[in-house]
Design a protein. Sequence first.
Length: 583
Amino acid sequence: MRDKKRIALYVRVSTGKEEQKTSLEHQDEGLRERAIREGHEIVGVYKDDGKTATKVYNRPDFMRLLYDAGIDHTYVYTDKKLPNGNVDRRSRARQIVFFESEREPLFDEIWVKNTSRLFRNLFFSEQILNILKNKKVAVFFVEQGFRTDQVSVDILIKICAIFDQQESQDKSSKVRWGYEQSFKNNNLRGKGPYGYYYDKVNKRLIINEEEAAVVRKIFELYVNEDYGIRRVLNVLNSEGILTPNGKPFAKTTLRRILSNPKYAGYNNLQKRWDSGVVFNKHSPREKRYGEYEIAPNPNIEPIISLDMFEKAQKRTEERNNNEIGVYKGNSIYSQRLVCGVCGAVYISNQDRGRHFFNCKTKKSKGLKFCSNPNISVKKFEAWLDEEAIRLKETVLVENKIKLYYLYHNLIAESLKLDEDNKAEIIHIQSLIEKTEAETEKLIMNRINAGNERELNIINKMIDKKLAEIDKLSIQKKELENALAIALEKIESINAEISAVVNFKYKDTYTKEDVLDFYDEFIVQSDGNITPSGYMSADWNEIKSSPDAGSMVNALYGAYKKIKVYLPKIIEYSEFTDEMPYRP
């Protein structure tokens, strides 16, 4: 029997079909039975049902497995450069990166049926397995009979990963070929979109009149009434029109409806194309109208005319061209404006040439979810200019408040530098030296011991003295550590005080200074803006507080204790008449 280990089991199937669910159960049972038979402890079972192994972030239990193994992750974004030199951040690529955390793994080994259950992506397999090795977590591929803590197994795992990846690529090619044949033969795959019933017998899309009326309304508002996506969304929400799932329409849903040629009786081929999502870690891109092939399909009943559909595509293209190189959701002010009602960030937007910011919740879900007012760029920049005029006084007040709290901290740490503590350290040191001298005498007496009984007595006395020395040394060390920590904090506080006292004030502040000074800007329900992220306490309240009058006296007392231990004390010039503080 192997040494008992903590085992995590990972099982996965790539589709939700019934036979695959049976496979999931068999994987679980097989791994569980073997682990129990070999006397191991199963600490967790992680299951991903209907998830591909070419990706990692869409497998929730796999991500949970990595987290429990002590692995964290982050995302790295790469912006797409346009020919004119601008950046199109709407087409940015996202890549997941894993790294080692400080958490201890919850298990010693991960058991999985074979390499393809864990990965079908060579890049991620190498990255994650290396981190697991650093965390001392082995992976056992039961069917193939090898584990990652074996010598020279890395090349074997890499070969298996290459074969698994190639198998997935072959399957992808076959699926793509199947789509092409279905397109040529006017066959429909899968269920129909919103607005249709799918006739399984005749394999046709039949109009659902209730939903089709909503589809026509969406196209009518977008094309003939010149409504943007957000305004169409507000109309649907205000009229209580919901999706088949009983949820409000979202912007992405409307965009899919407006770009789907099936509503005009046409089928499309490869509207979404693989830009490397499976093996190069990018997201799939959706082609624009004209970049993919469409053809009339007699098995699709049209809800709108082809002319109406093409007008919608033309309008979408015009809006995209007007905004090319501009990321609507971001600007130098984005993520800084915050909704005072729902707490979401405000993001940049444009409507007919007017540039403004609006609540992200309001923009994505409509007025029903948040009705906080929009803020025009012009209004926000005017507010920044006004705030810049007030900034000098604001900085002055904040520095006074900082000094107040720094002095409080200085006093608290200074009180720890008690003369009694210093005297106690000196007293303990004298006891250590005395006990060491007594121990040396006992060692000399042991040499002259007359018999074994006398020798044993002396040895016990020596052991007792050595234990006393250890105990006294620990007490001394604790006092010295406390003293060192207090001194370190005092020096740090002194440095902060010095920085505030020597702060150089500007004669004129700009809106860029305002942006640097505050963390966020809260948009209130009345449209007013409130800054946050600085010490907002009222200086007048601090001056009139009960302990303000005793501040100077406390500082004098603290100063006397500090200078016993510190060779130099920062000398301050007076900062304000209300609080003199030079000792």
